[in-house]
Ligand binder design. Structure first.
Ligand SMILES: Nc1ncnc2c1ncn2[C@@H]1O[C@H](COP(=O)(O)OP(=O)(O)OP(=O)(O)O)[C@@H](O)[C@H]1O
Ligand SMILES: [Mg+2]
Length: 157
């Protein structure tokens, strides 16, 4: 298990997103959790830029399209499960299977955790004050460790 827990303003979230995005590789899944306005889309935008999506591309909440893909160093797929009806719909779309060559970032992933790959990195955002978020990131396995820049012994790289 790899985990990180910290408090962050917008600048720290931006930096964290850039760092994690820069470490992303095809097949990585980043599951974002947090209530309305927690900052999931804000973080997704900076994950995208870290993964090489042009800074001129505005990553918005893909609530009405379910999935948006952006070109980057690796293809960047951004999904939002807020309005998805049920898990069968998600399986029909094949979000993870169809995008094995991309990094997949999923807002509201906790709506259907059973459909999220086991080696996903989960990032939980909660509002501490209007500008400060608590970030709790965790995951099993090597992908999560690499994304967080952590070694199995707990050191930070
Ligand atoms: N420290 C912070 N980290 C992230 N976002 C912040 C922070 N402080 C303020 N914000 C602001 O919070 C607002 C809501 O963020 P965002 O749209 O990313 O939330 P969301 O979790 O995607 O919400 P929704 O579930 O409605 O899509 C944005 O205007 C963002 O700029
Ligand atoms: Mg959003």
């Amino acid at each position: 298990m790899f985990s990180m827990d910290f408090e962050a303003g917008r600048t720290a979230i931006r930096r964290f997103g850039h760092r994690v995005g820069a470490r992303a590789e095809a097949g990585d899944v980043i599951a974002l959790v947090g209530g309305l306005g927690a900052g999931k889309t804000f973080l997704a935008q900076h994950l995208a830029h870290g993964a090489g999506v042009s800074p001129t591309v505005r990553v918005t909440s893909p609530t009405f399209t379910l999935v948006q893909e952006h070109a980057g160093r690796v293809p960047f797929v951004h999904a939002d499960l807020y309005r998805l009806g049920d898990v069968d719909e998600l399986r029909e779309v094949g979000l993870f299977e169809a995008n094995a060559g991309a990094v997949v970032v999923v807002e509201w992933a906790d709506r259907f955790p059973e459909a999220v790959p086991r080696d996903a990195l989960w990032i939980d955002l909660s509002v501490l004050s209007p500008s400060i978020r608590r970030v709790f990131a965790r995951g099993e396995g090597e992908r999560a460790g690499r994304l967080l820049g952590l070694s199995p012994t707990g050191g930070s790289a």
